[in-house]
Design a protein around this ligand. Structure first.
Ligand code: HEM
Length: 404
């Protein structure tokens, strides 16, 4: 199963799909419409983790907790319960659905030896790729057909419905009227957008928050300061809301510092110049490939003092931000191929971190000291921890507050 960036490298169809991606699924209003879903899933995940930790005696694998939180949020944004038949609801709730999408991304982004040594092709993972693509395609087709049926249209026909009834992202894609110039999304392009939303919204969030929490465990003074800010700005009588985020500058600095030290894409996906151009006296011919190493840029001692330290204070009072205009902080890339999910991605990371900071104390298991936590990275399309973070957790607020 392709994603939009695989399906359409550039050109008018890519521009059209990207416009829809930006305008529809990720429209600010739609992102904020799912606030309650995000709160419920993050609180549920934290509550589960606290239960597993058994009053701070058992270590909990954070990759599993964060994976479940992000997977559930994105699946619910794509497919709201209310709009699904029993059959599709079963698919949505099954582990198989999320696993198939994750497998598809895994095989699609792995290094494929057969591309470089063609005679080895039959021995590579092609069979597995086809099997996973077929499974994903079938699952996504069921979801699309089911939404169409609920919207009152038989599979294969164009959907016409009352826009006010739109509930989830799949509905939004299906009910989008043709553009003035007659363009519309094919089903394959819709499936690619669903894949993009799923991958974009899950792995990136899990990886970033796991690094952020690792840094908080390794730097207890930062955690204490963040909890003090939370207590003074929000208090302990209610849970932090997304609307509180702009009033939490230290939390925002922690998130920026996490993006700086641990960008999800250490190397931005390859970009290519479409025509000859000249930059600072250098002549760049058309079709030149550009790889931007943001991992190196964001740790450059000429730009950042003590670049390897986790020091959120460097961003307090600074205008520097992650929106693609400061070329030494580019976790979402920059320019016309910049991440179209930045708004959602940012709020997911900030809010997940905010609730963890407010609701729990996190410590390393046994007698392990903060400085002993390994921070090794696994290099690939994304850059997660090599070894997952395991912590023991105790509640800071009454557990009942987490149950929505
Ligand atoms: C922590 C959150 C996220 C981070 C750090 C992140 C980072 C990135 C980066 C670095 C790129 C490449 C930009 C470039 O080439 O210059 C990218 C592209 C992309 N991201 Fe994100 N992303 C995040 C969340 C999301 C979300 C939530 C979605 C969708 C719901 C999403 C969808 C996409 C898509 C579709 C592209 C490809 C765009 C294209 O090729 O034109 N991302 N992202």
């Amino acid at each position: 199963m392709p994603t939009i960036s695989h399906l359409l490298s550039t050109g008018p169809r890519w521009r059209y799909a990207r416009k829809i991606f930006m305008l529809e699924p990720l429209l600010a209003k739609r992102v904020s419409g799912f606030q309650a879903v995000r709160k419920e899933e993050i609180c549920g995940g934290i509550n589960d983790a606290l239960t597993m930790s058994q009053k701070g005696t058992q270590p909990v694998r954070m990759d599993l907790i964060l994976g479940k939180i992000a997977g559930n949020i994105i699946t619910r944004m794509l497919m709201n319960k209310g709009s699904l038949s029993e059959n599709a609801a079963k698919i949505k709730n099954s582990h198989a659905f999320q696993q198939a999408l994750r497998d598809s991304v895994r095989v699609g982004t792995n290094f494929y030896l057969g591309d470089y040594v063609p005679w080895l092709d039959p021995f590579c993972s092609k069979k597995e790729m086809y099997a996973i693509a077929k499974k994903c395609d079938e699952l996504l087709q069921t979801i699309l057909d089911d939404h169409k049926m609920k919207l009152g249209t038989a599979p294969g026909q164009t959907v016409t419905t009352d826009q006010n009834k739109v509930q989830d992202i799949v509905d939004v894609l299906l009910t989008r009227p043709r553009d003035g110039d007659g363009q519309y999304l094919t089903e394959m392009e819709m499936k690619a957008i669903i894949m993009d939303v799923f991958f974009g919204g899950t792995e990136t969030n899990e990886v970033t928050v796991e690094w952020g929490l690792s840094e908080l465990v390794r730097n207890p003074h930062v955690m204490e300061k963040a909890q003090a800010e939370m207590d003074s700005m929000v208090g302990k009588e209610r849970l932090v809301e997304e609307s509180d985020l702009p009033n939490l500058p230290y939390l925002n600095a922690i998130v920026k510092e996490t993006f700086r030290l641990h960008p999800v894409a250490a190397l931005l996906p390859a970009h290519m110049s479409m025509e000859d151009c000249e930059i600072q006296g250098y002549k760049i011919p058309a079709k030149t490939r550009l790889l931007v190493n943001i991992h190196a840029i964001q740790r450059d001692p000429e730009v950042y003092e003590r670049p390897l330290d986790f020091y959120p204070e460097r961003f307090l009072g600074s205008e520097k931000d992650v929106h693609g205009l400061d070329f030494d902080l580019l976790p979402f890339g920059s320019g016309r191929r910049m991440c179209p999910g930045k708004g959602l991605g940012l709020v997911l990371v900030q809010y997940t971190m905010a609730l963890f900071i407010q609701c729990c104390n996190l410590k390393l298991p046994g007698t392990m000291k903060p400085e002993e936590l390994d921070m090794e990275e696994k290099f690939g399309l994304s850059t997660p921890r090599l070894n997952c973070l395991k912590v023991v957790m105790t509640p800071r607020l009454p557990r009942g507050m987490l149950i929505q």
